[in-house]
Ligand binder design. Structure first.
Ligand SMILES: *Cc1c(COP(=O)(O)O)cnc(C)c1O
Length: 707
């Protein structure tokens, strides 16, 4: 569907709106912002909707505005360069050592808030990998689901209850296009579900050079039951989950075949998509290859990344259910019932259930965890699959997560780096040497940007609160809880993530009186901003959220502690960039990596966290704070008490005094030194460039032939 009203001179704005490349290029964002700033905000930075709703007059006006046209031409030319380039990194590899594309399968992808097909960190990682692959010129196609209702929008009422609002995505206002074959008809493939063929179509999302195919069964050809397979992300119903995973894993391979994409390497992001490996075995078996040989072939070009250090977090299906869905599939693999079910067994004994992580571990020769510590935990957890080797030799390695810097850096920080690190810093974000220059940035300049980012965050919170008050008639006592009264001068702590028990969002409230003292100190006040969603079916998590919200609403904390509704990528950007301290309190060994703390650190927001995941390998003593060291505790009760105590102590005796220690310059220079050290040590080491280079050289051997 083209947008007819766009003047010829700026006609390519539409192409730009449909390629999420714009979202990590500030000059491209500027074009849309300039086009209609109020509308840009109303559409929550959605250029597809913006172009549909902006007035013809305004379009014609900018089409003859030299300021706009200059930038437009520059942006389009940068876009064209990026869309053709093999990238500085991939381009440097001799052509004979470049293989074909990597296929990257994931249940969720977080590209931008206008495409709500993600729930949390897993999706953010997948999205960031696609963006980085484009920047590096690494050929990649990604496969996921087009959830028409996505993950839910969160509302919290005055008694602190989370309400889930499911909105049907307006496909005309999302950066997606139906995948058509050369004859103009939609590309359709099928899979069998319960002995009935289900038709699968696909939508394309362009993420720079990376093409993403999102599967869709909501087609006329399908009966109502199978049309709703992927209505929502992370349904609790096991059978629907299994159907989703069959469609995504098996259907995903078939869609790529229908599109004549020939991946040389297949990457499974978490166990949800592991059926993809079986489907490739089936293809080979259909050509007459025995199972063992076919499986060996598939393993040789498969990569699996696991993200879940807790057993309960793994995708497990009851055997009778698996038998119902795969009873007619395993003969096509050339194996029988026992051998098939064994593929999902936790060890070599008779399986009790079908575990998707076990399947993926067995079917991929390259296996990775997402941080060094998580690697250790994972090797221990899956020792059962390799009982004959010592635990430290279990063949699971690790690639520590990184974040796509251009997507998460504040524009103001970006410009500061251009000035002090180098004009092209963003082209080589992992160049450690260059980042030493951060230490030479004048304190006053860093501080100015930090203050500005905080004011932007508080402005956004205030605007959100005002909108909810005016439009939805929320009780006025809820307005301060939304952050409307926060002060730009107070030390501000952010805590935002999925609400789950092991992340302990309530840890700060373990000793209410002590927290009250910290927060209401008249000279050195501390503010806290919470955000996060509970999974709709997770009642303990919802209770936790409600308890926290009730505290936030209480007299003692009003105006100082806020809970922002509807945590998503949009609000995440403001939060990680705008608060002073980013708090993370998982029970140790349960956070595989965590990435929000990386987003915070690269923007100069200091990380205050339990030593888990990525922080375990990054914390130096000078770039943030560690809550309670490396110790393990016999009970969770003792761990929670000890960690809460350590957290209060840090806040009272180190963090708050440091923040308020203004020197003769009027600035907290020691604090600022820590800010610089955080940027210097975290940005080059935990950027997606470093991560994807590791994947490429160590695990994508078919795509980047290193020998
Ligand atoms: C980065 C991000 C996450 C993941 O961060 P964690 O530290 O793993 O919690 C989750 N949700 C959103 C919206 C994010 O931007």
């Amino acid at each position: 569907m083209t947008i007819v009203k766009i003047p010829e001179r700026i006609i390519r704005l539409e192409e730009l709106a449909y390629n999420l490349w714009w979202s990590w290029h500030e000059d491209a964002r500027w074009l849309f912002r300039y086009l209609d700033h109020p509308l840009w905000r109303v559409t929550v930075h959605n250029p597809v909707r913006l172009l549909r709703e902006v007035s013809v007059n305004r379009l014609q006006m900018v089409a003859s505005d030299p300021v706009f046209l200059d930038r437009y031409d520059a942006v389009m030319s940068a876009f064209d360069t990026d869309m053709k380039a093999a990238g500085d990194w991939f381009g440097a590899i001799p052509p004979e050592r470049r293989g074909g594309p990597v296929a990257y399968f994931s249940m969720e992808f977080a590209f931008h808030s206008s495409l709500p097909i993600y729930a949390g960190g897993l999706g953010v990682l997948a999205g960031d990998i696609c963006k980085e692959a484009s920047d590096m010129g690494l050929p990649m196609v990604a496969v996921g689901f087009m959830y028409p209702q996505g993950y839910f929008n969160q509302r919290i009422n005055a008694s602190g209850e989370q309400q889930e609002v499911y909105r049907q995505l307006d496909f005309n206002a999302a950066p997606i296009k139906r995948v058509l074959s050369p004859d103009g008809n939609p590309v359709i493939t099928t899979v069998e579900l319960n002995d009935a063929a289900v038709a699968i179509g696909a939508w394309q999302v362009s993420v720079g050079q990376t093409r993403v195919y999102l599967l869709d069964t909501n087609l006329e050809a399908n009966p109502p039951g199978s049309r709703q397979v992927e209505t929502r992300l992370y349904v609790a119903d096991r059978e629907q989950r299994l159907m989703q995973e069959v469609v995504l894993g098996i259907g995903g391979v078939r869609v790529l075949r229908a599109l004549k994409v020939e991946p040389v390497l297949w990457h499974t992001n978490e166990g949800h998509t592991a059926f993809m490996m079986l489907e490739r075995v089936r293809e080979l078996a259909a050509g007459g290859m025995p199972f063992d040989e076919a499986a060996a072939r598939v393993r040789a070009n498969s990569v699996f990344t696991t993200h879940t250090p807790v057993l309960a977090g793994h995708d497990i299906f009851p055997l009778p259910m698996v038998e119902r869905y795969f009873g007619s599939y395993w003969p096509a693999l050339g194996i029988g019932r026992e051998a098939f079910l064994q593929l999902g067994g936790q060890d070599s004994t008779v399986p009790q259930a079908f575990n998707m992580t076990a399947l993926a571990m067995r079917m991929a020769n390259q296996r990775s965890a997402v941080s060094r510590l998580h690697g250790k935990v994972t090797r221990k957890m899956w020792h059962s699959l390799w009982p004959d080797v010592p635990e430290d030799r279990v063949p699971i390695s690790c690639v520590t997560n990184g974040i796509h810097v251009p997507a998460w850096i504040a524009p103001e920080m970006y410009h500061l780096f251009e000035e002090h690190i180098g004009k092209d810093w963003v082209k080589e974000p992992d160049d450690t040497e260059k980042w030493k220059r951060v230490m030479d940035i004048p304190d006053s300049e860093i501080w100015r940007v930090r203050q500005l980012l905080k004011r932007k965050l508080l402005g956004t919170l205030r605007e959100g609160a005002r909108n909810r008050w005016v439009a939805d008639n929320v009780p006025s006592r809820q307005v301060p809880a939304m952050g409307a009264l926060l002060s730009p001068d107070a030390l501000t702590i952010g805590y935002a993530r999925r609400f789950t028990e092991y992340k302990r969002p309530g840890l700060l409230f373990r000793d209410i009186e002590r927290l009250k003292k910290i927060v209401t100190d008249p000279w050195h006040p501390v503010q806290i901003v919470f955000a996060g969603k509970s999974h709709p079916e997770d009642l303990p998590s919802k209770n936790l959220l409600q308890q926290i919200y009730q505290q936030v609403m209480s007299r003692d904390f009003q105006g100082r502690v806020a809970f922002v509704e509807d945590y998503d990528m949009h609000i995440a950007r403001y939060l990680v960039q705008g608060v002073d301290v980013w708090l993370n309190t998982p029970r140790r060994l349960q956070e595989a990596s965590g990435t929000s703390g990386i987003k915070a650190s690269i923007n100069g927001t200091l990380h205050l966290s339990v030593l888990d995941g990525w922080w375990h390998e990054s914390f130096s003593g000078a770039n943030g704070w560690a809550i309670n060291g490396d110790r393990l505790f016999p009970t969770t009760e003792e761990e929670d008490n000890a960690d809460a105590g350590a957290l209060y102590h840090l806040l009272e005796s180190e963090i708050t005094p440091l923040y308020y220690a203004r020197e003769r310059s009027g600035l907290p220079n020691t604090w600022i030194r820590m800010v610089k050290e955080a940027i210097r040590s975290v940005l080059p080491a935990f950027c997606a460039r470093r991560m994807l280079k590791e994947y490429a050289t160590r695990m994508y051997r078919e795509a980047v032939k290193t020998v």
